[in-house]
Design a protein around this ligand. Structure first.
Ligand SMILES: NC(=O)c1ccc[n+]([C@@H]2O[C@H](COP(=O)([O-])OP(=O)(O)OC[C@H]3O[C@@H](n4cnc5c(N)ncnc54)[C@H](OP(=O)(O)O)[C@@H]3O)[C@@H](O)[C@H]2O)c1
Length: 352
């Protein structure tokens, strides 16, 4: 596997896509075949220019037909919203697709997965949905950690993001700045999001030989103690203000029950900085806490910046998790493959 080079297409160049594109240009195990963009100002740019690297000779295009007709082994699919039609066309054309945008959960998107399986059969190709969470932090990491244990009682995965320091496009969609009672009555996230994470929960339960009986959700909110100006992306200007008394923190809790007991709980603490009550932890990270014998706790975080604060690396990690899975995906059996199918992924070309 390590002597091969993999012809790769980068589909979309947002924060996640750019991290993967940089990797494909810098890692000699990959040969960049094409780059799909939607942003008019990126069309025709050299891929190297998009990520601040020397020119590659590969020009970004918005022409989907051209990208699908390229000869390539694999695609890192990273648009803002998924598109099952496009994924199936790529798969039917014989390209293996890792998607950080999903669909993730066969349990809730059976019709999508039936189409994806059929496209894989037609193209003799494989599909893998991945990322930091849903993905690595919520499935492979805790499942790997359970090998250090004699008995597992309750696996809890925490995502802490200070969204003021790590602004993302989802801030308004998530309901920050809304009236707390209105958000609690009609949460912005719960109807759809647990489904995206169900695949990871199922994988952990399956890996432990168990079946999930139900998933329950809870939401608590924190409010701004003063007006909080925010932007929707790193380096972007201020785009709005969270008014004092409105929602400035959200803690979603999704629990998978097995044998009438909670087995897996995902906690998401998303906070807009420090002026929030109650004041939750804003040291951005993933944290796995497993009760049992012996109990265990692991924190996954970046090194602190020069000011002592840790940036949240969830988006670049998502790009790298997709990129490093691609060689294994190219070697995998055709069809939908999860982390359980891929086993211990051996990334290629990282030591250079
Ligand atoms: N699984 C995980 O753990 C995980 C974690 C984080 C993010 N994600 C997912 O990863 C994906 C990318 O996230 P990101 O942070 O990189 O987002 P982003 O910075 O907003 O970039 C998304 C890119 O999608 C393209 N795009 C924009 N509008 C589009 C449209 N209408 N149709 C198709 N493409 C469009 C653009 O690409 P161009 O600029 O090239 O035109 C844009 O830069 C999202 O689906 C996100 O939900 C997954």
């Amino acid at each position: 596997m390590s002597r091969k080079t993999y012809r790769v297409i980068q589909w979309a160049t947002g924060v996640v896509g750019k991290t993967a594109l940089r990797h494909f240009i810098e890692n000699p195990a990959f040969e960049l075949a094409g780059v799909l963009v939607t942003h008019p100002q990126k069309i025709g740019l050299d891929a190297g220019d998009i990520v601040g690297l020397p020119k590659t000779g590969v020009l970004a295009t918005d022409d989907v037909e051209q990208i699908i007709s390229l000869q390539a082994d694999c695609v890192l699919f990273a648009p803002i919203v998924t598109n099952v039609d496009q994924i199936c066309r790529l798969l039917r054309s014989g390209k293996n697709v890792a998607s950080v945008a999903g669909p993730f959960s066969p349990q809730h998107h059976a019709e999508h997965f039936a189409r994806i399986e059929a496209a894989c059969r037609e193209g003799n190709s494989s599909y893998h949905a991945c990322g930091i969470h849903p993905g690595f932090s919520g499935d492979i990491l805790p499942l790997t950690l359970t090998r250090l244990m004699n008995r597992v009682d309750h696996i809890q995965i925490y995502e802490f993001i200070d969204k003021l320091r790590n602004p993302m496009i989802y801030t308004e969609v998530m309901g920050f700045g809304r009236d707390p009672d209105a958000l609690l009555a009609k949460p912005s996230r719960s109807p759809e999001a647990p489904f995206a994470f169900r695949q990871s929960m199922e994988m952990v339960a399956q890996g432990l030989g168990k079946t999930i009986e139900k998933v329950t959700t809870q939401l608590e909110v924190a409010t701004a103690t003063e007006d909080i100006p925010y932007s929707l992306g790193i380096g972007l200007p201020v785009s709005g203000t969270i008014r004092k008394g409105t929602v400035a923190g959200q803690h979603y809790e999704w629990t998978a029950w097995v044998d009438d007991k909670p087995l897996i709980t995902y906690h998401f603490y998303w906070t807009m900085g420090e002026h929030v009550a109650p004041r939750w932890d804003i040291d951005s990270r993933y944290q796995v806490v497993i009760d049992g014998d012996p109990p265990i706790e692991v924190r996954l975080m970046s090194k602190p910046d020069s000011d002592g604060v840790r940036p949240f690396l969830g988006l670049p990690w998502t790009g790298l998790l997709g990129a490093t899975a691609l060689p294994a995906l190219c070697e995998a059996r055709p069809g939908v493959v999860t982390h359980l199918d891929l086993g211990v992924v051996q990334p290629v070309g990282l030591v250079r």
